[in-house]
Design a protein around this ligand. Structure first.
Ligand SMILES: Cc1ncc(COP(=O)(O)O)c(C=O)c1O
Length: 392
């Protein structure tokens, strides 16, 4: 053991609790896991077919692409971005194809952060963002959401969190882990503050296609033209196209930032996997007919998990999620902390959840449950929870 070899930035973080719980769960035979947000769906047939055709006919499919991605894919991304936001972008100057949003965010944090710089994150927010910021020597500044107001943002508190070390804010709407959809007014206000105080908005977008009956409330901040110099928009194919294992995403960003991000991307990835770029091109070129079916299934599972949560008020209290596919209940049952609760639940009831403390200080005494798993897993998990805690 040579602990001295390990850089403080790495020894100072832990494996994300989401993956830690998934790995613990894999060792428990028959565990019902609500820990990891991997959709149960297969990648749609037309995408797999396009890749199969490419494997057959495209001699270059196994080669590197240019670092910023295949030209045809970047053009398709520009068309998609125009359709989604009304904003025209240049595929050469404003697009980087990435190996998923995690890779894109990592490149951006490396570009932005000097040791001691600050990144504002919602609390609760996505655990892996925090780890990436810390790996770069940055400080996470937590912006607490208010559970008593259905996880609303406290806009009055934001200006007070901005300092001369603030480089960026990370936003995810609908949110992981709360499912909250931020309103247009809230997002525009954040945009004004970012412009006035001159920091970057990192808009991480895995879940904008999962908004259920709240679709009209969803607003894409990347559609505000005045913000184009202060915003990087990151889209991932992982959830919308059930492509989490393909590792595929893209960033739309100002040209001066693309040049910097490309240095990090090239030094670490060279390019996103070309075979996955072929899959992404098929995803963007064909009508996403699968999406209505995905959303209908997820809406049914959201109803199911809420119904099952309603039946255990002595164990959990919760705010109904508006979008994405997570619910973030508060633990009402007697417990020490959310980590111990999750460990004990897995050991005693073979149910896997992610401890809320991983999502920031406000997340303590909560757990995150992902309802993108099959109905059977949700039913089994709650049958076991009911058995473990007895009747209400
Ligand atoms: C907020 C958020 N960002 C990023 C990711 C991961 O994205 P990708 O698979 O594109 O790296 C997830 C996955 O759960 C997520 O919830």
């Amino acid at each position: 053991m040579n602990a001295g070899w390990i850089a403080a930035s790495v020894s100072g973080i832990t494996l994300s609790a989401i993956k830690d719980m998934a790995m613990r769960s894999a060792k428990v035979a028959g565990a019902a896991s609500l820990a990891w947000g991997v959709p149960s769906f297969a990648t749609p047939e037309h995408i797999r077919q396009a890749v199969a055709r490419g494997m057959e006919k495209d001699e270059d499919i196994g080669k590197y692409s240019l670092p910023d991605g295949l030209a045809a894919l970047r053009q398709a991304i520009a068309r998609q971005h125009l359709a989604a936001t009304g904003i025209e972008i240049d595929p050469d100057r404003n697009v980087v194809v990435t190996a998923g949003n995690m890779e894109g965010l990592n490149a951006l944090f490396r570009v932005l952060i000097e040791p001691g710089d600050e990144i504002i994150v919602t609390d609760p927010g996505f655990a892996s963002h925090f780890q990436q910021i810390r790996l770069c020597g940055g400080r996470t500044v937590f912006w607490a959401m208010d559970e008593s107001r259905e996880w609303a943002l406290d806009l009055d508190a934001l200006p007070g969190l901005v300092s001369d070390r603030t480089k960026a804010i990370v936003l995810v709407s609908p949110s992981n882990p709360t499912g909250k959809i931020f309103s247009e007014a809230e997002l525009r206000r954040i945009g004004e503050i970012a412009q006035a105080r001159n920091f970057l908005i990192l808009l991480d977008d895995p879940y904008s296609h999962f908004t259920y009956e709240n679709q009209s409330r969803y607003f894409n901040l990347a559609s505000v033209p005045e913000l184009s110099g202060h915003l990087a928009y990151l889209f991932t194919f992982s959830k919308t196209y059930a492509m989490s294992g393909w590792r595929m995403g893209y960033i739309v960003l100002p040209a001066f930032l693309k040049a910097e991000v490309l240095k990090v991307h090239d030094a670490t990835m060279i390019c996103a996997p070309r075979i996955s770029q072929v899959a992404a091109l098929a995803a963007l070129t064909e009508e996403p007919v699968h999406l209505a079916a995905f959303e209908a299934v997820l809406a049914r599972r959201r109803d199911l998990i809420c119904r099952r949560l309603d039946a255990v008020p002595h164990v959990f209290d919760y705010v109904k999620p508006e979008g994405a596919y997570y619910v973030f209940p508060r633990i009402v049952a007697e417990h020490v902390d959310s980590f111990q609760f999750a460990i004990d639940l897995l050991a005693a009831a073979r149910v896997t959840v992610t401890p809320g403390s991983a999502f920031g200080p406000t997340g303590e005494h909560h757990v995150r449950m992902a309802y993108c798993v099959s109905d059977e897993v949700i039913e089994q998990a709650f049958d076991r929870i009911e058995q473990q805690f007895g009747p209400a």
